[in-house]
Design a protein around this ligand. Structure first.
Ligand code: CMC
Length: 398
């Protein structure tokens, strides 16, 4: 029997070194963003993200990521028109979302809705390797436009509230908040939310972006890449950390509990959500900007009267105490999910929607990478080192 087995050729390439988690591996070039851990900086197409957050809104950043340059006023007006036209939920999408039980995580709803949109507007069939970058940019712009309605519709149905139609006279962030909360947000709320959207929009070859690029590298369509990326972002080691970070704060509950809680967590070798980063080892470049925005929300809440000021004050003290203790005990700094989780909570969002908010913004980075991958494609197909049983014959019978 053994002579029927085809053995591997003797010259099969061997993988000399294992790069677990691809840590430290440079797999391709990109012109979308630059994460520089040494200088603690993040550039979107050359522009520091802090400057973009301070001086531009998410629509300008969306255009920058998708088209490569900040828009001229005419380009911005055309882009606004396209994105605003895409804001209402596509007909029938309500029914699809209603079929999903409210016990499902909102990320599962977003993933399903994006998959359905991809099925409803399939990309034109072309010869392999031929694709229209501009058409993909416009598909991405429409997806960016409709995601707030998907997220808001799902949030409101969970509370038995009717959907709120988008308003064309509001910018992206103001309208997003309006669709979720059915009221016109104030300037501070818009500014904090918009800052989070700008900071979340792109971050080089993180796990979800790499997932999107892997899918694009097979010449699959944009929506399939985005669906895969949403699945990758959901995990608590990635985007899910903003939810987990807020849960951590509420579990600890009070600054006085930080030390005993941390003793237990470290003894159990628990991961501290919202802390640490694969690339930044000396602090996340986005944290100071997000913390400044969070600080403005905290100042306002603490200045208010009544029990809310006390509750927020306790949360803020716990936030500071935990951050100091984790630095002292583990030498770990917070990543962007630590301040953004608390900021979203103060804006009134339910915890389970934090990661979908991340999707609404990161869809821009994912799409820019899908376009870049397709423009200079090479199928992503790494090797592995086999460590299973050696060559053996299948036993007779059975
Ligand atoms: N809590 C406890 N220990 C940690 C943490 C943490 N958050 N982060 C790193 N460590 C430990 C890690 O266990 C390892 O310890 P040891 O050497 O004893 O095994 C050591 O620090 C070195 O870890 P590393 O190699 O730097 O970690 P990594 O690159 O594999 O992990 C990470 C990066 C983000 C997965 C990790 O820091 C983590 O799990 N953080 C919590 C989840 C989180 O906040 N994720 C959000 C990431 S950034 C924004 C986003 O994508 O949304």
């Amino acid at each position: 029997m053994s002579d029927t087995i085809i053995t591997a050729p003797a010259d099969e390439p061997r993988v000399p070194e294992i790069h677990k988690g691809l840590a430290g591996v440079v797999v391709d070039r990109t012109a979308v963003s630059k994460v520089d851990a040494a200088s603690n900086s993040l550039l979107y197409r050359g522009y520091p993200v802090q400057q973009l957050a301070a001086g531009r809104d998410i629509e300008d950043v969306a255009y920058l990521l998708l088209f490569g340059e900040l828009p001229t006023p005419t380009q911005r007006a055309e882009f606004d028109e396209e994105v605003r036209a895409a804001r209402p939920l596509a007909p029938g999408l309500h029914h699809l979302i209603d079929l999903i039980p409210t016990s499902a995580h909102p990320m599962d709803v977003v993933r399903t809705a994006v998959g359905a949109l991809g099925a409803a507007m399939p990309e034109p069939q072309r010869s392999p390797g031929v694709f229209d970058a501009d058409e993909t940019r416009h598909r991405a712009a429409r997806l960016f436009g409709v995601l707030p309605a998907i997220i808001a519709y799902d949030q409101r149905r969970r509370r038995d509230l009717p959907p709120v139609p988008p308003r064309d006279d509001l910018g992206y962030s103001a309208d997003f908040l309006h669709q979720v909360f059915d009221r016109e947000p104030d300037e501070l709320e818009i500014d904090v939310f918009d800052t989070s959207m700008v900071l979340y929009a792109e971050h080089s070859f993180n796990a979800s972006t790499f997932t999107a690029r892997v899918i694009a590298s097979t010449l699959s369509d944009l929506h399939s890449s985005i669906v895969g990326a949403i699945g990758a972002l959901k995990g608590p080691l990635h985007g899910g950390a903003n939810e987990a970070a807020l849960e951590l704060l509420t579990t600890v509950g009070d600054a006085s509990n930080v030390d005993p809680w941390l003793d237990d967590a470290l003894a159990r070798r628990e991961k501290l959500m919202g802390f640490g980063h694969r690339v930044y080892k000396n602090g996340d470049s986005r944290v100071p900007t997000m913390e400044a925005a969070l600080g403005r929300l905290l100042d306002r809440a603490r200045a208010s009267s009544g029990s809310e000021a006390g509750r927020v004050g306790r949360l803020a003290d716990t936030y500071d105490a935990l951050q100091a203790a984790v630095l002292e005990r583990k030498n770990l700094k917070p990543n962007v999910d630590y301040p953004s989780g608390l900021a979203y909570h103060l804006l009134g969002f339910e915890t389970s929607v934090f990661t979908p908010l991340f999707v609404a913004s990161r869809v821009l980075g994912w799409s820019a990478h899908v376009i870049e991958q397709r423009e200079a494609n090479s199928l992503i197909r790494p090797l592995s080192e086999y460590e299973g049983p050696g060559l053996r014959d299948v036993p007779a019978g059975g």
